[in-house]
Structure formats: C-alpha cells, structure tokens
Design a protein around this ligand. Structure first.
Ligand SMILES: [Zn+2]
Length: 187
C-alpha cells in the first residue's frame, strides 16, 4: 500500500526503510538503534525506493516510528485480511466439500465384466428377427444406440468434472487460509 524508501543512517551503514507517513518523525535505526530524524515529505520522495514492499514490514525490518498514528491503517489491513481469509476458507472450503460429496454420490463403479454380461443376456433374450433388426439399425445409423452410452457413464464424467471443480475450490479455500494466517504477521 504505502511505498517504502531507503534512508541511509547517518551513524552506521544501515538503510532504514521509511514510509511517507513517517516524514519529520524521530525514528530509531534498525542497525545501530540510534535516533534518526526522518526528512520532510519532499526529501523522502527523492530517496531510492525500497525493493521490498509491504511484505517486508512483517519481518519487522521497517524502522519503528516513535510518533503517534500509523497504527490504525495496518490494523484495518490486518482485520480485513483476517475476515476475507476466514470467509474464503470457510465458504470455498465448504462449497468444495459439498460439491465433492455430491460428485461422489454420482459416481457408479464401472464393472465392465458385468456390463458385458448384461448386454449378452439382453441379446440372448431377443428373438432372431429382433437381433437382425437391431444389427441392421446399427449399421444404418453407424452408432450403437442405447448400448453405446449407459447412463452411469455420463454421471461418472459429470462426477469427475465436479470433483475437479471441488479441488479448485479447495485450492482457493487454502488461499483464504493462507490470507488468514498471513494477517497475524501484519504489524
Ligand atoms: Zn544506524
């Protein structure tokens, strides 16, 4: 959010990370812990920007400001991150779980041997002229009709697609969990 700049410490060779908010305040150096006067707003903007962005603030490397203020903004970020992370983890994780269970209920284990047996019995129960009729119908349409796509197969495909979506939701829920955990490191 706020850009950080590198202020060279006048006492040691440490580079102090300061934000624009800290202009004019008295800081303590992260290297030698001596007091350092932060320059004015215009001077800070001329300093080289810090490579590490907001995330480095969580490592505690940023100079702690002695002055009041500046605390409110980060705790809002932290609360937002916590709430959003919790909501993501609960909602998406729950949706993923629900979808996963629904996908599992769709799944019918495919027993090829049993299907072959069923089809064979079905053909045996037909009269010769019916078999002939069926065979000519197949060649005419060049498709197997009802034998080609048993309904459970369609459900299984649908089920595995839903399972993939469920895993996607799990991943997003996990991201929410990371956000939640990350919020504890925001100072
Ligand atoms: Zn220093």
């Amino acid at each position: 959010m706020s850009n950080l700049f590198q202020l060279p410490c006048p006492w040691c060779d440490a580079k102090i990370e300061i934000s624009l908010r800290q202009a004019g305040q008295t800081l303590s150096c992260t290297g030698c812990e001596k007091d350092v006067e932060a320059p004015k707003l215009g001077e800070i903007k001329k300093l080289p920007p810090s490579e590490s962005s907001e995330s480095s603030a969580s490592n505690g490397r940023r100079a702690s400001s002695r002055g009041a203020g500046g605390k409110g903004a980060t705790s809002t970020t932290r609360n937002g991150l916590f709430t959003a992370g919790l909501a993501l983890a609960v909602i998406l994780g729950g949706a993923g779980l629900g979808l996963h269970m629904y996908a599992r209920s769709l799944h019918t284990p495919v027993d090829i041997q049993e299907q072959v047996e069923l089809t064979r019995e079905e053909i045996h129960s037909l009269k010769p002229d019916q078999i002939y009729g069926l065979a000519t119908a197949m060649t005419k349409n060049e498709e197997l009709g009802e034998f080609s796509e048993p309904p459970f197969l369609k459900d299984n495909i649908q089920g595995s697609i839903l399972t993939w979506i469920a895993w996607g939701l799990y991943a997003l829920g996990g991201l929410g969990l990371l956000m939640l955990l990350g919020s504890f490191f925001v100072r």
